[in-house]
Design a protein around this ligand. Structure first.
Ligand SMILES: Cc1cc2nc3c(=O)[nH]c(=O)nc-3n(C[C@H](O)[C@H](O)[C@H](O)COP(=O)(O)OP(=O)(O)OC[C@H]3O[C@@H](n4cnc5c(N)ncnc54)[C@H](O)[C@@H]3O)c2cc1C
Length: 284
């Protein structure tokens, strides 16, 4: 099934099971009562329940900072600072570089930073780099790109040697760099980089770049930080407020994008659902 019919079928199934949906409600406050929870919404509506599962998401891609952070902190629930995760980074480079390079892809590259190495495709934007490698191992500071990860230095050197022209002309012709990689090589290579084929091959395999600041939370795909693990039980139940459960990105975990975030959200929801069943069973 594609997404829309899957969602429709899923909602129908849940309704058949007795689930009631209340759309477009903004949770403003809730109280723990002797038996369960009372909830207040911004339109004045109220609701109550034996247990409460919050799955209010992270802080990225939102116009406003999520209000649940203050709400929970005000109730004594520990929440660590939300931080941009799976986000782009500024690339320190001249305006001339950006004039030429913006919108170009650096294909089949390996990015190595202080956090590790990740292969994939990078996109050069108006401020720096976006794409899986930088989402996974991005961190401010010096980094290196292997612009030709599928070929060893010696082989690359002999490939560069073919035909006429100086080393830089042969790099442009023989190295078969993607448009973004070529722009990097043109503008960001250290002085004297293209003096001979050996130096050129080594540089293409270990190309230094300087990553600046991470892009802000509003532009990040996800946020790290949130409800802290140490205050959660095995059913993702709050140890600080029995009967309260959490799932999804609002819990303090992080994962690379590409399905892992969504999988972790669904998985934590399943764990929390089991936790609620256990809790209700025990409180009977
Ligand atoms: C542009 C973009 C691309 C992404 N691509 C991928 C990808 O390719 N693969 C991947 O795995 N993940 C991806 N993600 C991340 C993934 O979508 C999220 O991690 C996931 O949707 C989080 O699920 P969640 O249920 O925890 O929260 P959400 O899906 O954010 O749902 C939380 C809901 O709670 C609501 N809410 C918040 N506060 C309140 C309140 N006080 N009262 C009532 N409602 C409230 C919010 O409005 C929201 O509807 C992407 C995210 C973005 C922004």
């Amino acid at each position: 099934m594609t997404a829309a019919p899957l969602l429709k079928a899923w909602l129908t199934k849940l309704e058949e099971l007795g689930v009631k949906f209340h759309f477009n409600k903004h949770l403003q406050a809730f109280q723990k009562m002797n038996l369960g929870f009372d909830l207040q919404f911004s339109d004045g509506d109220t609701a109550s329940g034996d247990a409460l599962l919050l799955a209010l998401g992270g802080g990225s891609y939102e116009e406003d900072f999520p209000s649940w952070v203050k709400l929970l902190q005000g109730m004594g629930i520990e929440v660590s600072d939300l931080r941009a995760a799976n986000c782009g980074y500024e690339l320190i480079a001249s305006p001339d570089f950006y004039k030429v390079a913006e919108g170009k892809a650096i294909k089949g590259v390996v990015l190595t930073t202080a956090l590790g190495a990740k292969s994939g495709e990078l996109m050069i934007t108006r401020y720096g780099l976006e794409g899986t490698p930088v989402y996974t191992v991005g961190v401010s500071g010096e980094a290196h790109l292997d612009l030709k990860p599928d070929i060893e230095v010696e082989k690359l050197k002999s490939r560069l040697a073919g035909g006429k022209g100086d080393t830089w002309q042969r790099v442009q012709r023989n190295a078969k760099l993607s448009p973004g990689a070529l722009a990097l090589a043109e503008f960001l290579a250290p002085p004297g980089a293209w003096q001979n084929d050996q130096a050129a091959a080594e540089l293409l395999k270990h190309f230094p770049i300087q990553l600046g600041a991470a892009r802000p939370i509003e532009e990040a795909i996800s946020t790290a930080g949130g409800v802290v693990w140490e205050k959660l039980g095995p059913g993702l139940n709050s140890l600080e407020m029995p009967g309260l459960f959490f799932a999804g990105e609002m819990v303090d975990w992080d994962a690379p994008t590409g399905g892992f975030l969504l999988t972790a959200c669904a998985s934590t929801a399943a764990v929390a659902a089991s936790g609620i069943l256990d809790f209700l069973e025990k409180s009977r």
